[in-house]
Design a protein around this ligand. Structure first.
Ligand code: ARG
Length: 462
């Protein structure tokens, strides 16, 4: 494209090198901001006419033509040009093509610097709203599964060694808590994103009598960026979003690791739906948990974007620098990745089935009630450290005898401590063990039921 047809061609004598044209263009990835760009332009035109910079007729021409351009884009009829660099200049050039001289007045009192910052902030607020709706669906899915499994017993782990029996519902509610905090983090990030940079112009504001309140209000922003230099230059809100997204992906990587483990033959705790697994091209027996593996892997990509954006921002002098054009791909990819992972996670969890008997047998096999035996001895007057010691000896004996603690006879158990009586067998059962942890935040089915009720109440209030 020759510089005559560029919107900034005036001071140039030679045309842009064609490689440089491609190199500096962002339209390949910022075209997705078209709806926000048009909304921002309409708000700007409305405001300019309100303050007397545009006539009402000029404003109407601009606003109507921007509406048709949006339609062209949505119908796939818009001719995007790399020579016009970015979404902003593509749309503005088309505007002038459609309505002539009046189109050239739209950019009065504005710069692409405040324009792009406005577009991204608007785009992010909408993206956060959509992601939050998906999070709510996943939270509800977790509650439904937790409801189904409030009394399903499984081994709880520390160091991935069987620790104490827990209910599967309780485990799912741990995931629920993580995701609930992720939701709060996103809502908080949205508050700081929801400020209007429009009117900051290139960096110093403008000589025209603009009304920043009006544009902010029309665009639905809750506040206005206070400082024009900051408004056009900082992308901390995008970095913050990527931090939020990374945290959710980090949580998902943990859940997915568990889904992969639990669905393998050695654990056999759950079965993932066929529709969420794939086979092997060589081993006919394989059913691979590709979806959780991929989600686990995609954490790396989102966390990478967070570091990419922080590195992009680091050491940039005020105000806008072209470096910031590089903010979009990592941001958009983080949004898209999180969106897809939320969809996948919800489907995976809604459709997984649980092998209760295998879970219970695993809890039974791992001496998971050893702590209960120690606690029992404490109630009988033994100091906890002494109780710990003699239960350790009982476990060693049971391992040798290839039996569980509840399979030892009373006489055998009494060899380790005389305080043990017939009532010990009630505490050695899995259900006795989980039912005993009956306090706020504990694993007892009654507590899980109460936690689900509290959680449902929170969800209903969103
Ligand atoms: N495409 C640019 C970006 O994404 C828009 C702002 C360009 N501003 C400028 N002064 N060159 O950052």
């Amino acid at each position: 494209m020759t510089n005559d047809s560029k919107l900034w061609g005036g001071r140039f004598t030679a045309d842009t090198d064609s490689f440089v044209e491609e190199f500096t263009a962002s339209v390949g990835f910022d075209a997705r901001l078209y709806a926000q760009d048009i909304a921002g332009s309409i708000a700007h035109a409305n405001m300019l006419s309100q303050v007397g910079v545009l006539t009402v007729a000029e404003r109407d021409d601009i606003v109507n033509a921007l509406g048709s351009i949006r339609q062209e884009i949505e119908d796939g009829k818009f001719d995007w040009s790399v020579g016009l660099e970015d979404v902003h200049m593509n749309i503005e050039a088309r505007l002038t093509q459609l309505i002539g001289e009046t189109g050239k007045k739209l950019h009065t009192g504005r710069s692409r610097n405040d324009q792009v910052a406005t577009d991204i902030r608007l785009y992010m607020c909408a993206a956060i709203d959509a992601l939050t709706a998906q999070i709510d669906e996943l939270l509800a899915t977790l509650l439904n599964q937790a409801e189904q499994h409030k009394s399903t017993v499984m081994p709880g782990f520390t160091h991935l060694q069987t620790a104490q029996p827990i209910t599967f519902g309780h485990h799912l509610l741990a995931w629920f808590e993580m995701l609930l905090r992720d939701r709060e983090r996103l809502a908080d990030c949205r508050k700081r994103t929801n400020h209007s940079p429009l009117g900051a112009a290139a960096l110093a504001g403008t000589t025209f009598p603009i009304d920043r309140d009006q544009t902010a209000r029309e665009l639905g922003f809750a506040a206005i960026c206070e400082n024009s230099l900051d408004a056009v230059s900082d992308r901390d809100f995008a970095i913050e979003f990527c931090a939020c997204a990374s945290m959710t992906m980090l949580h998902f990587s943990r859940w997915c690791e568990e889904l992969v483990l639990w669905s393998c033959q050695q654990f056999g705790f759950i079965e993932l739906s066929d529709s969420y697994c794939t086979g092997s091209s060589i081993m006919p027996q394989k059913k691979n948990p590709d979806v959780p593996e991929l989600i686990r892997g995609k954490y790396g990509r989102v966390a990478g974007h967070l570091f990419g954006l922080m590195s992009l921002m680091k050491s940039q002098p005020l105000a806008y620098n072209k470096d910031n054009q590089e903010d979009k791909e990592p941001l958009f990819d983080s949004i898209d990745t999180l969106r897809d992972c939320l969809t996948a996670m919800t489907g995976l969890l809604a459709e997984m089935t649980v092998n209760k008997a295998t879970m219970a047998a695993a809890a039974e096999a791992g001496f998971a009630t050893a702590t209960d035996l120690a606690d029992y001895l404490v109630v009988k007057g033994v100091a906890f450290r002494d109780a710990h010691e003699c239960v350790g000896q009982a476990v060693a004996f049971a391992i040798e005898a290839k039996r569980s603690l509840s399979e030892l006879t009373l006489t055998e158990l009494q060899r380790f401590n005389q305080a043990i009586g017939e009532d010990v067998f009630a505490v050695l059962t899995l259900s006795g063990s989980v039912n005993a942890r009956d306090h706020f935040g504990g694993t007892a089915p009654a507590q899980v039921a109460a936690a689900i009720a509290r959680a449902r109440h929170k969800l209903a209030e969103f």
